[in-house]
Design a protein around this ligand. Structure first.
Ligand code: NI
Length: 132
């Protein structure tokens, strides 16, 4: 018996607009999913103040600054990333993001990554797969 599996893609011809997405929430440090590519997610977040030290042993994590300027501290250094710049934190490297004033960022990482890494019960831990 021959079974044919056909995949129909329902197209949405609207672009994803960052400003429109950022206007839908005001909470800090709570990444929202806006799109996916294969098993990776594009997440956006507003951040302000200091996050906690954490690591993602299983994956790299890309930070893209869309508005503002952020800092990521490492145990042996620090990087400042401003609007129009990006930085990739390698898997397993402990890091602590912060932003003096409100910044708007995009994260690119695989589905299922916990924002607080190995610390899954921090006050900052946020649920996954919150789409806007
Ligand atoms: Ni992280």
């Amino acid at each position: 018996m021959l079974i044919l599996v056909l995949k129909f893609t329902i197209m949405n011809y609207n672009p994803i607009n960052f400003s429109e997405k950022f206007n839908q929430f005001s909470d800090y440090w709570k990444p929202k999913v806006i799109s996916e590519i294969n098993n990776y997610q594009f997440k956006i977040a507003k951040i302000k103040g200091e996050f906690i030290w954490h690591t993602h042993p299983e994956t790299d994590e890309a930070f893209i600054v869309l508005n503002g300027e952020i800092k990521i501290e490492f145990r042996d250094g620090i990087v400042k990333i401003k609007q129009g710049e990006m930085f990739v934190v390698p898997a397993g490297v402990e890091h602590k993001p912060s932003s003096e004033n409100e910044s708007q960022i995009m994260l690119i990482e695989p589905r299922g990554v916990v924002n607080t890494g190995e610390n899954k019960s921090s006050n900052f831990t946020y649920e996954n797969d919150v789409w806007i």
